[in-house]
Write a protein that binds this ligand. Structure first.
Ligand SMILES: Nc1ncnc2c1ncn2[C@@H]1O[C@H](COP(=O)(O)OP(=O)(O)OP(=O)(O)O)[C@@H](O)[C@H]1O
Ligand SMILES: [Mg+2]
Length: 490
């Protein structure tokens, strides 16, 4: 398969074969071409040259509808549910009415129920008539998969109780927003779909998941296949080398400087949060954040971490408690829910990085591009240059642009929610090093992450949010991933 955008070749002679009843991991750095390849498979993008076969028959979908009819469906990287619509409406949204002739509501319900049954398994139900936005992130993810299966005809014949009739299911980074438990549950269901005969293509940056769950893997780098095999027998170092084209630099394990005595003085406190509670979660959070420190907040998905940050930033109503910001240049938030929404997709990377909410716009075009170029280098954003439109970047690289915008601003306090989500393994280390560097330059940083290893390696202190209550912050050196997980889920 070949694909170029303008003069840029994105896929160069890629061969990929996925077998029925296997989980096939598609790996590669941000911008390697994974999503593009999958969009071609889905008929959402056209290749310049390609030959595909599905179940032995020539396959050339001209549009997503054609792929769906052939049983090839995808849960895309960016979330697509309409939060204000019901689960039922979301699952059947976009189904061709002719397919099941379901102008009748009853048929639509049957289709949705069957598709949801495939993803929840027995003993669990996701109600059809609640708003999708009221579900947990993990359940929303299941609804996304159910919708894809319904589109692939999984439920076309609602009376048949046998496996899904979709043939190929593509999951583009399905666990990026999930905690460990929810991710494990999701994989249980993916294995069930595989056992029912589906071919599952899994796009992910989590090598651990690949080794635990995938039967085969293919690595893309610079639009070419760089390696393939069985991830259970291939050494992890080899897969990483295939992805990066080099060894992963050992994480810099410099001991963190112990805070100097002076920094413990009261006036170095930049953020003072007392008994803060929201309408639902969190119920109570108390902590102080000092200049030059990274305070980590651990907690399960749904424990209220994101809500806590939003309340501090003043985006959500506070139920009770106080927030005192003792910093001239205020508080900046990188929200968890990025998904490209914060970007002006038609504008250049440089404009997106520099155009801030506070209006400190760099007006000279030369300076603007130079600033953009600096951030492209700082965060290894894969782009043709600072003038490229943000909408043309891969998912992970769009996230880096949003991160750059926040980091570039001179806030004293940074609230950073899941900064490495969707970001490849080499860039993760870079982003975290930058967070440390900003702290060293005197900023106070609150870091929320589901990746416990990130918290342990990056933070000075960590507090655990459990059932809405934030525990006392303790030095990161006193925590391990295991004790954090135990505390969060106890
Ligand atoms: N519409 C477009 N115009 C120009 N370039 C594009 C367009 N869409 C994608 N690209 C480029 O194609 C390359 C591959 O992008 P793709 O989204 O496939 O990467 P990916 O492997 O999915 O990365 P990620 O892990 O970040 O999601 C990127 O360099 C991207 O900038
Ligand atoms: Mg992608």
């Amino acid at each position: 398969m070949e694909k170029a955008f303008g003069a840029v070749a994105v896929l160069r002679g890629v061969d990929l074969s996925v077998r029925q009843g296997e989980i096939h991991a598609l790996l590669g750095e941000n911008g390697a071409g994974k999503s593009t390849l999958m969009r071609i498979l889905l008929g959402a993008e056209s290749a310049d040259r390609c030959r595909m076969k599905l179940a032995g028959e020539p396959y050339a979908p001209a549009a997503p509808g054609a792929a769906q009819r052939a049983g090839v469906v995808m849960v895309p990287q960016e979330r697509t549910l309409c939060p204000h619509m019901t689960v039922l409406e979301n699952v059947v949204l976009g189904l061709e009415p002719a397919r099941a002739g379901f102008v009748r509501r009853g048929a639509a319900r049957a289709i949705a129920e069957r598709a949801l049954g495939l993803v929840t398994g027995v003993g669990r139900r996701i109600p059809l008539d609640v708003r999708a936005g009221s579900l947990s992130v993990a359940d929303q993810q299941l609804v996304e998969i159910a919708r894809a299966l319904a589109q692939g005809g999984a439920a076309a014949d609602a009376s048949s109780q046998h496996g899904p009739s979709a043939k190929v299911l593509v999951l583009d980074e399905p666990t990026a927003s999930l905690g460990q438990d929810d991710a494990a549950r999701l994989f249980t269901r993916v294995h069930a779909l595989k056992a029912a005969g589906l071919a599952v293509v899994l796009v992910t940056h989590f090598l651990g998941d690949v080794r635990a769950h995938a039967d085969r893997y293919t690595v893309l780098r610079d639009g070419k296949v760089q390696g393939e095999g069985d991830p259970k027998v291939t050494p992890a170092e080899q897969i990483v080398r295939e992805m990066l084209g080099r060894e992963l630099e050992a994480a810099r394990d410099e001991p963190r400087q112990a805070p100097r005595a002076g920094e413990r003085r009261e006036e170095s406190v930049v953020l003072d949060v007392e008994a803060l509670g929201g309408l639902e979660r969190p119920r109570s959070a108390t902590f102080v954040l000092r200049r030059g420190e990274v305070l980590g907040i651990a907690g399960l998905v749904g424990s209220g971490r994101t809500e806590l940050l939003r309340m501090i930033a003043g985006l959500d109503a506070r139920g009770k408690g106080t927030v005192r910001v003792r910093a001239e240049r205020g508080v900046g938030l990188l929200s968890e829910d990025r998904g490209g929404e914060g970007l002006m997709l038609a504008r250049s990377i440089a404009e997106n990085v520099t155009l801030s909410r506070r209006g400190t716009f760099v007006s000279r075009p030369g300076a603007l591009l130079a600033d953009g170029a600096r951030w492209i280098a700082e965060l290894s954003i894969k782009a043709s240059g600072p003038a490229q439109a943000a909408g043309e970047l891969s998912g992970g690289n769009q996230q880096k642009v949003q991160l750059a915008r926040l980091l570039r601003e001179d806030y004293d306090v940074l609230l950073i929610d899941e900064p490495t989500r969707g970001i490849d393994i080499a860039s993760k280390a870079q982003v975290l090093a930058l967070v440390r560097e900003l702290a060293q330059r005197g900023k106070g940083i609150v870091l929320v992450s589901s990746q416990l290893d990130e918290l342990v390696s990056t933070c000075d202190r960590i507090a655990v949010l459990r059932r809405g209550e934030l525990g006392a912050a303790r030095p990161a050196s006193e925590w391990t991933e295991e004790t954090l997980l135990l505390e969060a889920s106890s």
